[in-house]
Design a protein around this ligand. Sequence first.
Ligand code: NAD
Ligand code: ZN
Length: 385
Amino acid sequence: MTHRTSFSFPTRIDCGRGLIAEIHHSLQSLGIEKPLVVCDRFLPETPAFEQVRDALGKTHGMPPVTVFNEVHPNPIEADVRGAAEAYRQGACDGIIGLGGGSALDVAKVCRLLIQEPDFALADQAALEQTSWDRLPPFLAIPTTAGTGSEVGRSSVITLESTGAKSVIFHPKLLADRVLLDPCLTTSLPAHLTAATGLDALTHCIESYTSPIWHPLCDGIALEGITLIGKYLAQSVAEPENLEARQGMLVAAMMGGIAFQKDLGATHSMAHPLSNLCHLHHGLANAICLVEVMRWNSKRQPGLYARVGTALGLDPRTTDQADDPIIEWVAKLIDQCGIQTGLRHHGVKQEQLNDLADLAIKDSCHQTNPVPMSREDFLTLYQRCL
Ligand SMILES: NC(=O)c1ccc[n+]([C@@H]2O[C@H](COP(=O)([O-])OP(=O)(O)OC[C@H]3O[C@@H](n4cnc5c(N)ncnc54)[C@H](O)[C@@H]3O)[C@@H](O)[C@H]2O)c1
Ligand SMILES: [Zn+2]
């Protein structure tokens, strides 16, 4: 209780089935007349994109919409430059980020290059010094339920100078408004529903168990875990179930809010797996989460007791030991159809040393409940292989 912290949950979030049809309300409130839609190259093929296009088309007086659809999975700096250039060419006056975390992260940060074309993304000092007063307005519309990027203050971009996934963080990067519509996530295939949902679970578990004092985020993380326990498997099994899809969208958003408190060792393992081995971020977390929970629990027994309560497990079995909770999570991952074992996803024994070198350099594990060394990461990668 002696610790200091700041509490800030300022984003306006509108949530509901079919809300996309009312997108013009959000755009009007932000003063956007000529939006740039930022998405990845696969999204225009999806019913989610079609619904947004129809909604924009029906908006009275809306001129043709400019689309930048070149965002890579695990986005790179060139995506950010490309989006800013498309904005200029289209003479746009605001941004719609549409898609998963990859598109939202590019949409969020390209505003810096629109405000200041020569802005150095790798330069943290430049972030602190920039004026932020000419940033274009930004509406975030997630079509996956996982990263929570729509309410996050950071973007994860692979920078040209380092070749590494870097977190570009500043509170002013927050979206101005968020629109959560479960009708946009029903087309997400089962394997991506599972992987993104397990990313959200990892955000909630790692933020709740990180030792930073932040009771507001803790409460949000625990309720997020309850929603994921209730709705993730159902979203995978019944893709058209709008109650489950909405539950997962809200849970993912809550995970994104909670992890402003910080994350843990699972994310430090996942980032190099995306960087070096091109695994989807949520899948990498899903494969590493259980081994990290076992590792942490062995060194801090009882760490996950309230995670068990949030999942509705019987406290008589979970009060004394974390094992039933961790096994419950392992079963959920299995039920979602995730093939665990990094070797099944192209990761080779000879890559583990390089992965461990990168994991120890990643900042997320600094708030893991138990301290981690490079050797610890090597052991964990070996167990996950
Ligand atoms: N900024 C943050 O706070 C934060 C947090 C976690 C992860 N991330 C980043 O987010 C990225 C991962 O995001 P993601 O897991 O959402 O995946 P993603 O954005 O890479 O999307 C994965 C795939 O899903 C498809 N897709 C998206 N919505 C769809 C829909 N409704 N129907 C059919 N297909 C659809 C996309 O076209 C894409 O092919 C990574 O780059 C990761 O580093 C950012
Ligand atoms: Zn994540």
